[in-house]
Ligand binder design. Structure first.
Ligand SMILES: Cc1ncc(C[n+]2csc(CCOP(=O)(O)OP(=O)(O)O)c2C)c(N)n1
Ligand code: SF4
Ligand SMILES: [Mg+2]
Length: 284
């Protein structure tokens, strides 16, 4: 692998779940033979929002909550890029929650990794939409579950959940998510339970609350209704499914839209007749 500039070392706290997400993503590019000059990693704002600084690929640091429209724009401009969006639960469920809904709905061919720790880590531990009830005395309501949101929308094509404490499963799911988008099937959403050891350290309690779908007899990730029923039943017991929750067929937004700017013919001679025609139309 050739690096064109030295990568910044993460300054995350020792033990932060985000390290596992970074390892899985960086290694996925190699496992899937994605040339680094054909990959782009975009991130939002938060501790999670520095991940693009630590991967050899094109990088972009979006405004808080705006990583999904920026990533979709990159993919639509150049569909041959492998585009990864990443960010926290605050970034993607609070200020950016509306964009998640529309990405689920419109199905752009990007992979979105939510580094979900149930808190605003960077700004020192405020409650986020996925915080557990009672966190810092928060009484606003039950935690939002982005996978269940995705299951409830007919347009979604890939929904999976990993856990920073299970590196092997996280690697498998990261590869599967990127492959889904590369295959032209659209938006791949990977929710990663990635504990914040400084402000919401729940490693001790997550493992007992996770249900690995590979251990569920007869589970079929193509059956949306069964997936929702199981997720709801687990939720009622305070648990969450991990693994590939749902995968369906779909047509990525970039394929549905057709011509992309990066594929346009920019040869001046070839474009001159159209330019002349346009100028003539102004002259009346
Ligand atoms: C427009 C705007 N509003 C608020 C902030 C302050 N802010 C910075 S990061 C952040 C939340 C980070 O939480 P999350 O996305 O969960 O990432 P984490 O740090 O937990 O990885 C907030 C509210 C900001 N940078 N910009
Ligand atoms: S504050 Fe939390 S999210 Fe941020 S680097 Fe530390 S452990 Fe990770
Ligand atoms: Mg967070």
């Amino acid at each position: 692998m050739t690096e064109t500039f030295p990568l910044a070392e993460p300054i995350w706290c020792a033990g932060c779940g985000h390290f596992s997400v970074l390892s899985a993503l960086d290694a996925a590019f190699d496992r899937l033979d994605v040339p680094r000059h054909e990959a782009m990693v975009l991130a939002g704002i938060g501790c999670s929002g520095t991940i693009q600084n630590h991967v050899t690929a094109y990088g972009y640091h979006a405004l808080h909550g705006r990583v999904l429209p920026a990533a979709a724009g990159a993919k639509l401009a150049n569909p041959s890029l492998t585009v990864i969006a990443a960010g926290g639960d605050g970034d993607g469920l609070a200020i950016g929650g509306g964009h998640l809904l529309h990405a689920f709905r419109t199905n752009p061919g990007i992979t979105y990794i939510m580094m979900n720790n149930g808190t605003y880590g960077l700004t020192k531990g405020q409650a986020s939409p996925s915080s557990q009830l009672g966190f810092h005395g928060a009484t606003e309501g039950r935690a939002a579950d982005p996978i269940m949101l995705g299951l409830s929308l007919p347009g979604t094509t890939f929904l999976a959940r990993g856990y920073s404490g299970d590196a092997a499963q996280l690697a498998t799911l990261t590869d599967a998510a990127i492959r889904h988008s590369q295959a032209g099937k659209g938006f791949a959403f990977l929710d990663v339970i990635s504990p914040c050891v400084a402000y919401n350290d729940r490693y001790h309690n997550w493992r007992a609350r996770l249900c690995d779908l590979d251990t569920v007899d007869g589970y079929d990730p193509r059956d949306r209704t069964a997936a929702f029923s199981l997720a709801a039943a687990l939720e009622a017991e305070g648990k969450k499914p991990t693994g590939l929750v749902y995968e369906g067929e779909g047509l990525a937004l970039e394929a549905a839209l057709g011509a992309a700017p990066a594929d346009a013919n920019i040869d001046p001679a070839a474009n001159m007749p159209a330019v002349r025609e346009l100028m003539d139309s102004f002259r009346g």
